[in-house]
Design a protein around this ligand. Structure first.
Ligand code: IMO
Ligand code: MG
Length: 428
């Protein structure tokens, strides 16, 4: 019997999950998204061009693949449609490859307005949301107000949509009064398009995904669950309230796909050789200096979804170890170490100093003064992107990897040393 294997981001998102899922998908006939929505931006490189996926699983470019959008996902029909039409233009039979869970929740235009209104109300304390309507949609889900993909197939869909919209408009009117909030886009126009795009969804296979995932596993088809965002943005364990609204750790794959925990096999934890974060919230190893700018430029650290410059900093081991613990990571995957090429010294936070006390735990208080305790490594003067085997790697880089393995207790199984599929080294 095959297992459900999970790929997770272990930092604050943007670890390179798209590239790794695309790479691993050659071994997995099925790829499934289990949480998040179009706040994700998973980039996949083809020669000189790249494609950014927001809602469609990153297995879609593999011939014969099945790609499931699970019940734990929130789906915006308008974003989904433009994505699918672009994929179709590349000659890919997207309708054959993508299936959508009936139980996935729909993002409606007023969810996006509420997202913007919530952020405007927070002012300086804003989350830095991607404004895709994620928080309000998950709120409606847990408040039992939500609209689901399966509702599209029911006769009373229009009435359900109107009821939800009315609730949202009442709240928005309050915001308009209280905070002089103005709509950032024309609701009528967005709604007209959304209703058309929601009908477009019906040309896809809309399925009972929990039955399908379990049946696929029973039929010996391995499934790769593709996480979105990262462990430090998890709604329970991330730097709350500066988090996203879903469970980004491994357990989310079970509830987001309807698969039991005992069916999980490998848990691949993806992390960058340094750190980035977009949006607000604590980032202990952040570099506001030239070194940070060098990481941003060399790593092309600009948001794939919002285009925002990403905050950059050194690798944070207390956070990485926390993420490994939460998800039971079995295999580490290190991304973008080539960005560190040519640095004289590379630093890693091995612990924190919180209010003068040394600790290796992530603090509860997001406003605590956290000083990283750094360990320094000698940099390498090699072009990692040109290395094709373990033997070609410089000794300094091997020492860096060995330290991370020793601290986390998990082997680094895959090294990605550039955007291309060929720039990937598998370690035994
Ligand atoms: P991928 O899958 C990085 C961040 C936002 C914000 C916070 C909440 O590409 O790694 P939300 O729109 O979810 O309410 O925003 O989470 N965020 C991400 N940061 N990568 C992502 O996805 C993200 N999705 C959300 O910047 O700080
Ligand atoms: Mg991204």
């Amino acid at each position: 019997m095959k297992t459900l294997d999970v790929v997770l981001g272990l930092q604050w998102g943007d670890e390179g999950k798209g590239k790794i899922v695309d790479y691993l998908a050659q071994r997995y006939p099925v790829v499934a998204r289990f949480q998040g929505g179009p706040n994700a931006g998973h980039s996949i490189q083809f020669g000189n061009t790249s494609f950014v996926l927001h809602s469609v699983p990153s297995g879609v470019f593999r011939e014969g693949s099945i790609n499931i959008i699970g019940n734990g996902v929130v789906l915006d029909p308008s974003i989904f449609r433009s994505e699918c039409e672009a994929i179709e233009k590349m000659g890919i039979p997207v309708r054959e490859r993508v299936r959508i869970a009936k139980r996935a929740h729909l993002i409606v235009p007023t969810h996006k307005l509420l997202d913007a209104a919530d952020e405007a109300a927070l002012g300086k304390g804003k989350i830095g949301s991607t404004l895709k309507g994620i928080g309000p949609t998950y709120s409606d889900k847990t408040a039992r107000n939500g609209l689901r993909v399966g509702d599209l197939l029911e006769a009373d869909f229009a009435a359900k949509y109107e009821t939800l919209k009315k609730k949202h408009l009442a709240r928005l009117a309050q915001y308009q009064q209280q905070y002089a909030f103005t709509f950032p886009f024309d609701l009528e126009e967005a709604e007209r398009k959304w209703l058309e795009d929601a009908q477009y969804l019906k040309s896809f296979q809309i399925i009972d995904a929990e039955y399908e995932t379990n049946a696929l596993l029973d039929a010996d088809k391995a499934i790769l669950a593709e996480g979105a965002q990262g462990s430090m943005l998890d709604v329970d364990f991330g730097s709350y309230p500066f988090v996203t609204s879903s469970s980004t750790a491994c357990a989310g794959a079970c509830t987001g796909l309807g698969v039991a925990p005992r069916r999980i096999g490998h848990v691949y934890g993806v992390f960058k050789a340094y750190c980035t974060r977009v949006g607000s919230g604590p980032f202990p190893t952040e570099l506001g200096d030239e070194t940070g700018e060098r990481l941003r430029q060399k790593g092309r650290e600009f948001g794939a979804t919002t285009g925002r410059p990403r905050r950059t900093g050194w690798l944070d081991l207390p956070a990485l170890k926390y993420a490994v613990m939460l998800s039971g990571v079995t295999d580490l995957i290190m991304m973008k170490a080539d960005v560190l090429d040519g640095f004289d010294t590379i630093k890693v936070a091995s612990a924190y100093c919180v209010d003068g006390v040394r600790t290796d735990r992530v603090p509860y208080d997001v406003y605590a003064e956290v000083e990283p305790v750094y360990k320094e490594f000698k940099g390498w003067k090699a072009d990692l992107g040109a290395c094709r085997s373990e033997a070609e790697l410089p000794a300094e880089f091997k020492a860096y990897i060995a330290y991370i393995e020793q601290e986390t207790g998990v082997p680094v199984r895959i090294l990605s040393l550039g955007p291309d599929r060929a720039q990937t080294i598998i370690r035994e």
